[in-house]
Write a protein that binds this ligand. Structure first.
Ligand code: NAP
Length: 303
């Protein structure tokens, strides 16, 4: 039986793994596809202390993984299902085998929120995207529109402005949520045009996106904006589908924890973007992972 099973291999899970192996635990990290989580979609990380050369998220994730692996962290790739957290030992099915663990850290992260407007489902992959780093190159010398006013939307707009002829940023208010350094840079970029106080009502086009229908929330005016691509960046939803109601969640669907990252269940911890946290950054995910691993190890020794 494992002392600790970590589910999810983003910054929170990999840091938890590093701390757990260094603490002498029998630990394994289970990841669905590839390590790094959401940062692999980030073109430049500028706010992780000590790394001022602005690596892309993929490169930083690779460094995290190499670091944890160098200390002996075992990482397995596949699907976790049938998670039972309310009994001891905790258990789940992984690639058809049962895994038992004294403690579990949930580090499953978050995925992009959708808008739920007409045309969104149909045109995803045909002009509608949730990842500028993955799909931006399709819009080289063309027109792209970003929906949202947070850090993701504005860093996406800055990235796209280097590739595209014209970038529109559609935001539902008249002030950006993004941090000042990103907001100032975007406001000064010539080929970024802001469409303030506006929300998308529909994505237009049959088999391929041709534009987005916008409603101005102040005047009520409805207009169609022609665009080759749309990048939706309106926040994230915690990934908790595995839990089947076993763990207490906040109203926003994220996992509630105490200051040791323990959930309402003894021996079950959560770390990173899946947790109810006031700040979703690489550095806070790593900090969560370190705390969760420290107290998971303590709990595994008591068990
Ligand atoms: P976010 O901070 O939650 O921002 C979401 C944006 O979308 C907000 O501007 C919000 O408008 C808008 N929005 C939300 N729902 C909407 C809807 N239904 N229709 C239209 N607009 C809508 O999300 P995020 O930018 O993805 O960032 C998530 C977390 O990751 C944050 O903690 C962020 O700091 C972090 N992050 C950090 C970096 C970085 O540090 N470089 C990069 C990316 C992400 P309002 O402003 O009106 O609420």
């Amino acid at each position: 039986m494992l002392d600790l099973a970590i589910i999810g291999g983003g910054p929170a899970g990999l840091t938890a793994g590093l701390y757990a192996v260094r603490g002498g635990a029998n630990v394994c990290l289970y990841e669905e596809m590839f390590t790094g989580g959401q940062i692999v979609k980030t073109h430049r990380i500028d706010n992780y202390p000590g790394i001022s050369d602005g690596p892309d998220g993929y490169a930083l994730a690779a460094r995290f993984e190499e670091h944890a692996s160098a200390f002996g962290l075992k990482i397995e790739y596949g699907t976790v299902s049938d998670l039972v957290l309310t009994e001891d030992p905790k258990r789940f099915t992984f690639n058809g085998e049962t895994v038992e663990a004294k403690t579990v850290i949930l580090a499953t992260g978050a995925s992009p929120r959708t808008l739920g407007i007409p045309g969104e489902k149909e045109l995803t992959g045909h002009g509608v995207s949730y990842c500028a780093t993955c799909d931006g190159a399709f819009y080289k010398n063309r027109t792209a529109t970003v929906i949202g006013g947070g850090d993701t939307a504005i860093s996406d707009a800055l990235y796209l402005a280097k590739l595209c002829k014209q970038v529109y940023v559609v935001h539902r208010r008249d002030a950006l949520r993004a941090c000042a350094i990103l907001a100032d840079a975007a406001l000064k970029t010539e080929n970024i045009t802001f469409v303030w106080n506006s929300v998308p009502e529909a994505f237009l086009g049959e088999k391929k996106l041709s534009g987005v229908r916008l409603k101005n929330r102040v005047t009520g005016e409805v207009t169609d904006l022609e665009t080759d691509g749309v990048f939706v960046a309106v926040g994230v939803e915690p990934r908790t589908d595995l839990l089947n109601g076993q763990v207490a969640l906040a109203d926003n669907g994220s996992i509630l924890t105490d200051e040791h990252m323990q959930t309402n269940l003894k021996g079950v911890f959560a770390a990173g973007d899946v947790r109810n946290t006031p700040l979703r950054q690489v550095v806070t995910a790593c900090a969560d992972g370190a705390i969760a691993a420290t107290y998971a190890l303590e709990a595994s020794r008591v068990n």
